[in-house]
Design a protein around this ligand. Structure first.
Ligand SMILES: *Cc1c(COP(=O)(O)O)cnc(C)c1O
Length: 677
């Protein structure tokens, strides 16, 4: 239990919003309504509100299963508009004479519906696309007309370069962004081999851009994407050589774009300002020598607030796969959209004015900032395990000294109330527990006594934590935080960290998690979310809340007769495509939601996507479902012949196996009912 020794105030929706620090991450889209349900306001400036529990009910009626990704398509367009409007306002205020365009890097979320929504919302802002691999290029080439600017970063082989040249021949605005000098050389060779429509000696030079290796490095987790040691980009001498080569061909103007990318989730704007300065000077130099670059592309990295360091004065100190590297702020950023736009627009303007060159069209390749907010992963809790609440044990008839020691500690725990004595009690209890473990391993303590010692130990822990909490110690002693973490219930949830929030496991990315209903009720338990995988890393161990200790999440007491759903928020960027099939759990189902004031509940489901079936998942790892079925039939036939099962029962077992192949890979949340109860 979370101790509640402070005077009791009525629990309100506002208290729930505060507890889960929603303001730090919701970007205005999420809140709690009067019914205590999470409410979504997908359209900024409108008070149109959608109750998430109604969406869940409707999705279940449509046949959706859990875990479920709920996409609010309107949030994607809201983010596109917000980004572009912010830049437009900044440009107007600065008196900047160029324009701004967003380039959506599809690697962030390639789902066709997401890309289509981004393009739709971006039409009025001339939004473009970016791709980074051959498959991404193939997907986007067919989506764009002649009016959409498309950039191709990443490693480009012959066939990719050829596809881009073909697109240019067709009149599409596809720009290869040269990352290595050899790509440029190959591009020219391939371009010169093209067959031109009219008899002409002119060797048409392809339009292109260049990614620069700047000396500025970003900050934050992805800082290695920038800087001179980065894997990508041309050095300054290589840029100079490339320009000479183009000028020799009389086609300096084919260099249309200069680009840098500092890495994702730029933590502050200092590095950005420095990189923008650096590249704008190159831009000005090129202009003054007659190479009239049109676009200045500041790459991705516009950050998203995940609420990671909300209210804590210290770093998150999260392990993850890169133990201990996770510093404060990497799940948060310290700037807003407006500051981001200001830094870019004003910096470029100032340098262009100083150097007397025209102001370029500004591009940013913002992916995370556009897609992160739009989707919620809905996961049902399917059970709760309380390691600190073992079944009641009887005291042994002949207590040994370690048993007596533990009992004495319990008596102490009940009696004392000062900080110092509480510390002493808990240290005593820990020591006695250790001793009991050792004695048991050596055969000097029987199983019944060990069980009793263990159950008394947990009683002491609960008692001591209760008393620590009542003291309102500030700062709380390490022992208190440790007890909080130990006295935490494990909420088993129907999902896989490795499929749905891989970055939490891989880099310790913090995602906001909270219950989707019962928020009109004060949560009284400390919980930790664990997933279905057999992997001890399959858990969420850092949360966003207003509590100082973020290793647990305040949750409601679980009642097995009523569904209890948790939402994992801000999962719309990168997570879906990075996810893997650990334990063959695989892709989850989806429901795509549009807001509309004309519909009951203010929404309609535009589409649902089924979760992967066991059959399809198995096919991906080379099990042929018909072959499995055949083998199973054979096995059961032999058992029937041998008299192990009766024919009818054998057929029931076989039919059940066959039917289960069509199921989804996640849990079947139906309970087994005991007819005797
Ligand atoms: C990944 C990537 C992006 C997207 O970055 P976000 O942080 O999602 O905005 C943009 N440009 C390049 C070159 C990238 O590799």
């Amino acid at each position: 239990m979370i101790d509640n020794t402070a005077p009791k105030k009525a629990w309100t929706s506002a208290a729930a919003e505060e507890l889960y620090a929603m303001k730090s991450w919701n970007a205005g889209f999420y809140g709690v309504n009067d019914k205590g349900h999470v409410a979504v306001r997908p359209i900024p400036g409108s008070d149109l509100e959608i109750d998430i529990t109604e969406v869940i009910d409707a999705a279940i009626k449509e046949g959706c299963t859990f875990p479920l990704i709920v996409r609010f398509q309107d949030i994607i367009s809201a983010r596109v508009r917000r980004l572009n409007q912010t830049f437009r306002e900044t440009i107007a205020e600065a008196g900047y004479t160029g324009e701004y365009r967003t380039i959506y890097p599809i690697k962030v979320n390639q789902l066709h519906e997401v890309v289509a929504e981004v393009m739709d919302a971006g039409k009025e802002f001339n939004l473009g696309l970016e791709c980074g691999s051959r498959a991404e290029l193939m997907a986007t080439l067919a989506l764009i007309g002649d009016d959409i600017l498309m950039l191709c970063n990443g490693v480009k082989d012959h066939s990719m370069l050829t596809l881009m040249l073909n697109a240019q021949q067709l009149g599409q605005q596809v720009l290869p962004v040269i990352e290595k000098y050899s790509e440029f050389e190959q591009l020219l060779v391939l371009a010169d081999q093209r067959e031109m429509p009219r008899d002409t000696d002119v060797r048409l030079t392809p339009r292109l851009g260049v990614r620069m290796k700047l000396s500025t490095r970003g900050s934050g987790r992805w800082f290695e994407s920038g800087g001179s040691g980065s894997k990508f980009g041309l050095t300054v001498p290589e840029l100079v050589q490339l320009v000479h080569e183009l000028e020799k061909r009389g086609s300096g103007d084919c260099l249309e774009l200069l680009h840098f990318h500092l890495g994702s989730q730029i933590a502050d704007t200092q590095a950005l300002r420095s990189a923008v300065r650096e590249i704008t000077q190159f831009y000005a130099d090129l202009h003054l020598r007659g190479v009239k670059v049109k676009y200045l592309d500041v790459g991705g990295g516009l950050g998203v607030n995940y609420g990671g360091n909300y209210g804590s004065g210290h770093g998150a100190g999260h392990g993850g796969a890169h133990g201990g590297e996770y510093e404060e702020g990497e799940s948060s950023i310290n700037y807003g959209l407006r500051e981001y736009a200001n830094v870019i627009v004003f910096t470029v303007k100032e340098i262009c004015e100083q150097r007397g060159v025209p102001m370029p069209t500004l591009l940013s390749e913002s992916g995370r900032a556009i897609t992160a907010h739009h989707s919620i992963l809905v996961v049902p809790v399917i059970g709760v395990h309380q390691p600190d609440n073992p079944p009641k044990c009887e005291p042994p008839a002949n207590p040994t000294s370690v048993v007596l020691r533990m009992e004495a500690a319990l008596k102490e725990a009940k009696a004392v109330r000062s900080r110092g004595l509480l510390m002493e009690v808990i240290h005593d209890a820990q020591d006695a527990r250790m001793e009991a473990g050792q004695l048991s391993r050596l055969g000097y303590l029987d199983m019944e006594s060990l069980a009793y010692v263990e159950s008394v130990y947990w009683s002491i822990c609960r008692k001591v934590l209760h008393k620590f909490t009542a003291l309102h110690l500030n700062p709380a002693p390490a022992e208190q935080a440790e007890l909080e973490t130990q006295l935490t219930d494990l909420y088993l949830c129907d999902f896989s960290v490795f499929q749905s929030i891989l970055d939490h496991w891989a880099i310790g990315q913090v995602f906001p998690v909270m219950p989707l209903d019962r928020l009109d009720e004060e949560p009284t338990r400390r919980g930790q979310v664990v997933d279905l995988t057999c992997d001890s890393d399959g858990k969420i161990d850092q949360y966003v809340s207003s509590h100082a200790n973020k290793s647990w999440l305040p949750l409601h007491e679980y009642r097995s007769n009523k569904p209890y759903y948790l939402g994992v928020f801000l999962v719309g960027a990168y997570q879906e495509i990075l996810g893997d099939a650990h334990n063959l759990l695989g892709p989850v189902g989806e429901a795509h939601i549009y807001a509309s004031a004309d519909e009951p509940g203010n929404f309609w489901i535009e589409e649902t996507i089924k979760a992967i079936s066991i059959k399809d998942m198995l096919s991906q790892v080379q099990y042929v479902p018909s072959d499995l079925d055949r083998r199973m039939t054979e096995l059961i036939r032999r058992k029937i012949e041998a008299g192990v099962v009766k024919p009818a029962e054998g057929m029931r077992i076989l039919n059940n196996y066959t039917k289960r192949l069509e199921d989804t890979t996640y849990c079947d949340t139906d309970k087994v009912h005991n007819p005797g109860v």
